[in-house]
Design a protein around this ligand. Structure first.
Ligand code: CA
Length: 648
């Protein structure tokens, strides 16, 4: 089928005319139908004129120019293929009415919040400098404990509220102020494009969904806006959210789900039947596990994804993208996305899930799928979640099995491999460089880290302060933040977030999903521990090394259950040597530190099982180190520690 390369599909608005363009080589006729509102159930609903589009056989594109000011009118296309006419919203919609059924002619300039033109991307120099916190818009502020005003709870605008405190009591910060204090660099938002599952017209029903069921890829979801009926509002409020996070110094990453659409009865199939999906023997393939898989390898599907990513980056100032089931997408497309973003700025983050729900149903060859085995074909700045590290740390995601932090040493080499971001030839390598590896131990899928640890210990009190459980959680945190790669956590992991054992809460109510900000108070010591680790990571460049320099300089020592390593540093103005030691047993362990360079005679401890940060906790002499039970030690060579302290 003939392809079209230009990026002017959809409607292009100007004051005196609007141009409509659709790619659909198989159609025998297309009309654009104008409406007063986004649905028939609204006051003033009215069907207006319709206009025939003209076909250009050289491009496969249908188009019409309609004169007059069409701003804020809604429209659909009536597409006739093989004698069947179907009505659809625009595949290229940039604005839609309620529930995304009709597109809207939008003057995007008018959706910009105050100060938007001065808003800038928030980037880190290397992806390994990022500290990512994954959150769902509803979860962020859906609980009254967030202290966010009732009208903004669960909405984009919650991110614009500052000085919020737990239950509005005025003492402990929540939401954006809390994040600034915690020290994360990026918020990763679960789907915020327009998805199908939540009825935007009836918010009172309290429907909840993660949103992995895309309807309109280039439009914000309406249920997070204050008014889903007016197509301008969700756009303006989404931009306000981005700006507020940027103003707080925090970058914004979007979870994008280009691997499938909500159903095959989509705008794509209504516009160009059967083109955008992978089929075999007349049957839709299903590597997504969601009923269909988007054919990223086809010209116009690939163009669509590319242009969509660029649109979010440029129109909405999005700073990074997380690709859902990236294994469904071909490596060529992922590399092209990297190149296209690089033309704007090489610092956009790109990472994704290097797997599918069912590889046998993928419809492209294994060699072309964006899975770990093909990492070598990808840019070293297309990163992948390291699930083997995750599982080695805590055991399988949803059952009672145990991992390293609970005392299981069987997969210790996966732990060491993960500390090195799977970039070391010596330990189970698949990544080219640490920039290709997302180092994590919790995400929105599966049990929260807290719930998983509890399950593995057969504890059902989700509000427990059991010391052993907290020690396991801290071991995990220390392993994630001192490892190579891009550290990532589920929002609230640092406050012992619980979903009360719900391992797949994608449509569970807010009472399960919303962050309970009271836990910042009740698990203060754990939150402070995470904060201290993030500070340490920011203060020791080798931990964030984008190349394999640290990987090669790190000297490992293990006795089968303890892991200890030393990392030298030549960065001017920083400590010279760090030693990191983990003991996952219930006894004191002794281990002798080694290094490729000279070791110091004594060390300053900055992290123990209780506390972490940049301050001296105590000192020890020599390199035979006793590690207390169930704990981490982070040590700094005393000479550089004192030197830097004196120079302050
Ligand atoms: Ca929606």
């Amino acid at each position: 089928m003939i392809s079209y390369k230009k990026n002017d599909l959809g409607c292009t608005y100007t004051f005196d005319r609007t141009i409509f363009k659709v790619w659909s080589p198989n159609a025998s006729g297309i009309r654009v139908q104008l409406y007063k509102t986004g649905s028939d159930s609204e006051p003033n609903a009215q069907k207006l004129e319709s206009y025939a589009l003209t076909y250009d056989k050289n491009t496969g594109v249908w188009s019409v120019t309609v004169y007059g000011d069409l701003k804020n009118l809604y429209y659909t296309y009536l597409v006739t293929v093989n004698g069947v006419t179907r009505e659809t919203q625009d595949v290229y919609s940039k604005a839609v009415g309620v529930n995304g059924q009709r597109s809207m002619v939008c003057d995007l300039q008018e959706t910009n919040p105050k100060g938007w033109n001065a808003d800038k991307h928030v980037f880190v120099e290397h992806s390994t400098d990022a500290v990512i916190w994954e959150v769902h818009v509803g979860d962020f502020s859906g609980s009254p404990s967030s202290g966010v005003s009732p009208e903004n709870r669960g909405k984009y605008l919650a991110f614009t509220e500052r000085k919020t405190t737990i239950n509005n009591q005025g003492d402990i910060p929540t939401c954006v102020d809390y994040l600034v204090n915690l020290g994360i660099t990026h918020v990763h938002l679960n789907p915020v494009y327009d998805f199908d599952s939540v009825d935007e017209a009836h918010p009172e029903s309290g429907e909840y969904n993660w949103g992995y069921d895309p309807a309109n890829y280039n439009v914000p979801e309406g249920s997070y806006s204050s008014n889903p009926f007016d197509g301008n509002v969700r756009i303006r409020e989404f931009k306000s959210m981005v700006k507020a996070l940027h103003d707080a110094g925090i970058g914004v990453i979007m979870d994008v789900v280009y691997n499938h659409t909500s159903s095959t009865d989509s705008c794509f199939n209504r516009t160009v039947p059967d083109y955008y999906y992978r089929k075999y023997d007349g049957r839709y393939l299903n590597s997504s596990g969601c009923g269909n898989v988007f054919a990223s390898e086809k010209d116009m599907a690939r163009n669509y994804i590319l242009n969509s990513v660029l649109y979010w980056a440029e129109e909405y100032h999005i700073d990074g993208f997380r690709f859902d089931l990236m294994g469904c997408i071909d490596t060529t497309t992922m590399n092209l996305i990297r190149l296209a973003l690089d033309e704007i700025d090489p610092r956009f983050l790109i990472y994704g899930e290097p797997w599918t729900a069912n590889l046998g149903e993928n419809g492209i060859s294994f060699e072309d799928a964006t899975v770990k085995e093909n990492a070598f074909k990808l840019s070293s700045r297309v990163a992948m979640f390291n699930d083997s590290f995750r599982n080695a740390l805590k055991g399988n995601t949803d059952d009672a099995s145990i991992g390293y932090i609970q005392g299981n040493n069987h997969n210790i080499y996966y732990v060491i491999s993960g500390i090195l971001a799977c970039s070391s030839d010596t330990f189970l390598k698949w990544a080219k460089k640490p920039t290709q590896c997302v180092t994590y131990n919790s995400a929105h899928d599966n049990l929260t880290l807290w719930d998983k640890i509890l399950k593995s210990q057969n504890i059902t009190d989700y509000d427990t302060h059991d010391e052993n459980i907290i020690a396991m959680n801290k071991l995990s945190a220390a392993l994630v933040y001192t490892s190579q790669g891009i550290p990532f956590i589920l929002a609230g992991e640092e406050m012992a977030r619980t979903k009360h054992g719900d391992h797949n809460s994608y449509k569970s109510p807010l009472s399960i999903n919303a962050i309970d900000w009271e836990r910042v108070r009740s698990y203060k010591n754990l939150v402070e521990y995470y904060k201290g680790l993030i500070e340490i990571r920011k203060h020791y460049t080798p931990l964030r090394e984008p190349t394999t320099v640290t990987v090669s300089n790190t000297y490992f020592e293990t006795d089968g259950h303890c892991i200890a390593y030393t990392i030298p540093n030549i960065t001017h103005g920083e400590w010279d040597m760090m030693a990191i030691l983990f003991n996952n047993s219930h006894n004191v362990a002794k281990i002798t530190l080694k290094s490729h360079t000279t070791l110091p005679h004594s060390w300053v401890i900055i992290t123990t099982g209780d506390k972490s940060g940049l301050e001296e906790l105590r000192r020890i002499d020599g390199n035979d180190i006793n590690i207390p039970p169930m704990s981490t030690l982070i040590l700094i060579d005393d000479k550089s520690f004192d030197r830097l302290k004196d120079s302050k």
